[in-house]
Design a protein around this ligand. Structure first.
Ligand code: 2P0
Length: 330
């Protein structure tokens, strides 16, 4: 029997990935950039056991048995095994895979990113493969390739039709900007209405904004964001992050039928952030929203206490009715 356990973190994109140019290989139509969180709070944990005595492969997610016959899981497994040394003694053993997230799964909180980064890292340890594994994690879920590395990470879309150059690169380690913090405001922990995979497919097929965003907007924003991160220029970082979130959700609304991910509370949070920044005459807090209503806020450590007191005032914990009043009155 051989057993490995791996923990992998969530990443929060500041330049969003949305749209594939190849569905099977999971190749994106634009580059994306994210910050990988520490594993202190939100992470995925995967334990894989391999044994010559197991009769069949088995897979559990958050304690529930899953169908092992999942094409993305099998693409990752196939690719890891292809890279393993032929002498690897466990290549023909069956596996028991146990994965769990310590945060809502499929609620737009990058659970598949952490999950597949974790799975592929565990498989890579199990079969003792070397080299970059981000392009394997990408086959599980596009955004998972970014969770393979810590700190600030760019998923370079690549040019090759076979995808070998579509991988993640670390722009800077977390220690480069140690004052950076992320606050996640969980607006809803319900499973999202439509998966990212199907939403982005519909966007590619129907949104007229999507090709313009991919060709004209994102490449410039990627260069600006890389400079903001390298210079630790929070003002610029915050502005680009919010612009990209807004551009991404505009494209989601331009999809037909539209992908509506943000709700009234999400928009109320946007208002609070802009009001706060206006009062401070500077972008001290930035928001970004993924494929769900939850807000991810990037801010510096020095701003956390004051901003959280504002959030607790505007959205008092355990009081949905006051939140509703704020929205009606805002
Ligand atoms: C991102 N999202 O860059 C963007 C922002 C959601 C909004 O990557 O089909 O779960 O598995 O490649 O990776 C979510 O997409 O989609 C995503 P697949 P994935 O973080």
């Amino acid at each position: 029997m051989k057993v490995v356990t791996v923990v992998a973190p969530v990443n929060i994109a500041v330049i969003k990935y949305w749209g594939k140019r190849d569905e099977e290989l999971i190749l994106p139509i634009n580059d994306s950039i994210s910050g990988t969180l520490s594993t202190d709070h939100m992470c995925a944990k995967t334990t894989i056991q391999a044994s010559p005595l197991f009769q069949e492969n088995r897979f559990w997610l958050n304690g529930k048995p899953q169908d092992f016959d999942n094409p993305r899981l099998n693409n990752c497994l196939k690719e890891v095994k292809r890279r393993a040394k032929p002498s690897c003694p466990i290549l023909n053993w069956k596996l028991s895979i146990c994965s769990e997230n310590n945060f809502p799964t499929a609620a737009g909180l990058a659970s598949s990113a952490a999950g597949y980064a974790c799975l592929v890292s565990a498989l890579a340890q199990l079969y003792e493969i070397d080299g970059d594994i981000s392009s394997i994690a990408r086959r599980g879920s596009g955004s998972a390739c970014r969770s393979v590395y810590g700190g600030w990470v760019q998923w370079v879309k690549g040019e090759s039709p076979t995808g070998e150059d579509s991988l993640a690169v670390q722009l800077a380690p977390a220690s480069h900007w140690p004052e950076m913090r992320v606050i996640i405001l969980v607006v809803s922990n319900e499973t999202k209405k439509y998966s990212s995979t199907s939403g982005m497919k519909t966007s590619v097929e129907t949104s007229q904004l999507l090709p313009y965003r991919a060709k004209e907007i994102v490449p410039k924003q990627v260069e600006r964001m890389k400079r903001a991160i390298a210079d630790k220029d929070f003002e610029a970082f915050a502005r680009i992050t919010m612009e990209d979130s807004n551009s991404f959700h505009a494209m989601c609304l331009d999809t037909f039928p539209p992908c509506v991910y943000m709700n009234d509370i999400s928009h109320a949070i946007v208002d609070v952030v802009h009001t706060y920044n206006q009062l401070k005459s500077s972008n001290k807090v930035s928001y970004t929203f993924d494929a769900g209503p939850n807000a991810c806020l990037y801010l510096l450590e020095s701003e956390v206490e004051e901003f959280l007191s504002v959030i607790n005032y505007v959205f008092p914990p355990r009081s949905g009715s006051i939140q509703d009043e704020y929205i009606k009155g805002s």
